[in-house]
Write a protein that binds this ligand. Structure first.
Ligand SMILES: Nc1nc2c(c(=O)[nH]1)N[C@H]1C(S)=C(S)[C@@H](COP(=O)(O)O)O[C@H]1N2
Ligand SMILES: [Mo]
Length: 199
């Protein structure tokens, strides 16, 4: 029987298949960072959504903590081929953060402290698919894994889950981020094995 799993819209797969093509399961939690780990204090941390019209919506750490949070349990899939099942996070959904943001943008470019960027369609941040995560396994997200807060968008390869997230720029036109400019796939669906441009 073919079933449709929630959060994986329109993609048929057997409910017992958890490992995307070309991946292997790992039990530890590897750290993959393109540069040094930025140390970002919660006192000065800010998260800013900028619309295509130039309007900025900014949240301080206190603002973020005041919002209702969710506790998603998700599988992670890194393009370097490891997958980690059943990870527990706490964070604020992008649905919540974007609910009062007026935009007609179709694309998002995510910016991190330290300069990392990654792009994705705005739709992929909505409908319970993405969070600004600050808790992992009942603890604060560690600096190595993106603390104080990282984007978590687990239905795409993990390079889309920007660590040390500082903002999201809403755009009318798609703009490639760091790995996307270096030959990685623009979208990065692990179930369609979209690792590199042309996959
Ligand atoms: N800011 C930032 N975010 C990032 C990265 C990075 O180098 N800088 N690496 C990405 C990649 S390639 C992966 S696989 C995941 C790794 O997350 P982890 O180190 O928590 O396993 O973070 C993603 N987010
Ligand atoms: Mo990665």
């Amino acid at each position: 029987m073919v079933t449709f799993s929630p959060g994986f819209r329109g993609r048929p797969r057997s409910s017992d298949v958890r490992l995307p093509p070309g991946q292997y399961e790992t039990y530890d939690f590897p750290v993959l960072s393109a540069g040094p780990t930025p140390r970002v204090s919660r006192d000065t941390w800010q998260f800013t959504v900028t619309t295509e019209a130039g309007t900025a919506h900014t949240w301080s750490w206190t603002d973020l903590m005041a919002l209702p949070s969710e506790r998603p349990t998700v599988d992670l899939h890194c393009v370097t081929k490891w997958s980690k099942f059943g990870t527990h996070w706490q964070g604020v959904s992008l649905d919540r953060l974007l609910q009062d943001v007026e935009t007609s943008a179709d694309y998002a470019l995510v910016h991190s402290y330290g300069g990392y960027t990654t792009n994705l369609p705005l739709d992929d941040l909505l409908d319970g698919q993405a969070w600004i995560a600050y808790g992992y396994d009942g603890e604060d997200v560690t600096p190595e894994h993106g603390g104080p807060a990282r984007l978590l968008v687990p239905h795409l390869y993990l390079w889309k889950s920007a660590k040390w997230v500082r903002g999201i720029q809403l755009l009318l036109e798609d703009e490639p981020g760091f790995w996307e400019s270096a030959g990685y796939h623009d979208y990065g669906d692990p179930w369609r094995e979209q690792r590199y441009q042309g996959d």
